[in-house]
Design a protein around this ligand. Structure first.
Ligand SMILES: [Zn+2]
Length: 270
């Protein structure tokens, strides 16, 4: 990821499309796309550029004004909302995730956590280096697991206070210090719903930089126990039959892909 000057942006990249972020890190969307033509968008918005970065995959422009300064011709949304608009466009989604994560990381990595001096970018990478003690810093990733628990034709879904009303999803939890992801699955299931699971298998992964998660998804089979939720984590958890599922997470999420995969497999078995 290379930082470029405003002059360079105008001279060399004016013909390209870029992802435009506001000062606070929201994404500018116009006519259902976040990939906007550089020259015309800068001219029309008339807002100065704060920073610009590019690599082979993506051109990023961060503008020097907050959300409130944009007129109603553009839509200003969170990176998460922009991602959810792209259920069937994995390549575009990847570019958006990469740009969003960089904007978050760049905002967080301003000063050295050891000596307090300012950090500067290392060209062509996402690394930043302390100008005094030369310590290196990289964008943070916080790995977390997702797990779909099966019991015959049923799956365990849960909802926490952060879920929209009526929506249930698979269990999730951050990987703790020293843990392998499979150990996290067993621990989270035990802590959140009081169950034991078996046949824990890797399903897939997804960057989730809202602000810095990395999701690793597993399937597992119910082994034993009665549901007993941890009320500090969950409002409710229950078994749902495949034919009677509640409101589910949006299609571009890894949790939804886990559930859809279960439905496809259980349909082909019956
Ligand atoms: Zn330092």
């Amino acid at each position: 990821m290379k930082q470029i000057s405003t002059a360079e942006l105008h001279e060399k990249h004016a013909h390209r499309r870029a992802i435009f972020f506001t000062k606070e890190g929201k994404v500018i969307v116009e006519k259902d796309t976040f990939l906007l033509p550089v020259a015309t968008t800068l001219d029309r918005l008339g807002i100065p550029v704060q920073d610009a970065y590019h690599d082979e995959q993506v051109l990023i422009v961060q503008l020097n004004e907050g959300e409130s300064l944009f007129d109603s011709s553009v839509n200003v949304i969170s990176p998460r909302e922009a991602f959810l608009l792209l259920p069937d466009q994995p390549e575009r989604a990847e570019v958006l995730l990469r740009a969003s994560h960089w904007i978050v990381a760049h905002g967080m990595l301003q000063f050295c956590s050891r000596c307090g001096a300012s950090l500067e970018k290392v060209l062509e990478t996402t690394e930043k280096k302390c100008t005094q003690c030369e310590r290196s810093f990289f964008p943070k990733l916080s790995p977390a697991i997702l797990v779909l628990i099966r019991r015959g034709e049923e799956i365990l879904l849960a909802r926490g206070a952060q879920h929209p009303p009526g929506m249930y999803s698979v269990l999730a939890g951050f990987i703790d210090l020293g843990e392998a992801a499979e150990q996290t699955v067993h621990r989270e299931v035990r802590e959140e719903v009081g169950l034991e699971v078996t046949n824990v298998n890797y399903f897939g992964s997804q960057s989730w930089p809202f602000p810095d998660s990395f999701m690793i998804a597993f399937t597992a089979d119910y082994l034993r126990g009665e549901i007993k939720i941890d009320p500090s984590e969950l409002e409710e958890a229950r078994w749902f039959h495949r034919d009677e599922l509640p409101l589910l997470p949006p299609p571009s999420t890894l949790s939804r892909r886990l559930i859809e995969d279960f439905l496809k497999r259980s349909a082909s078995q019956s």
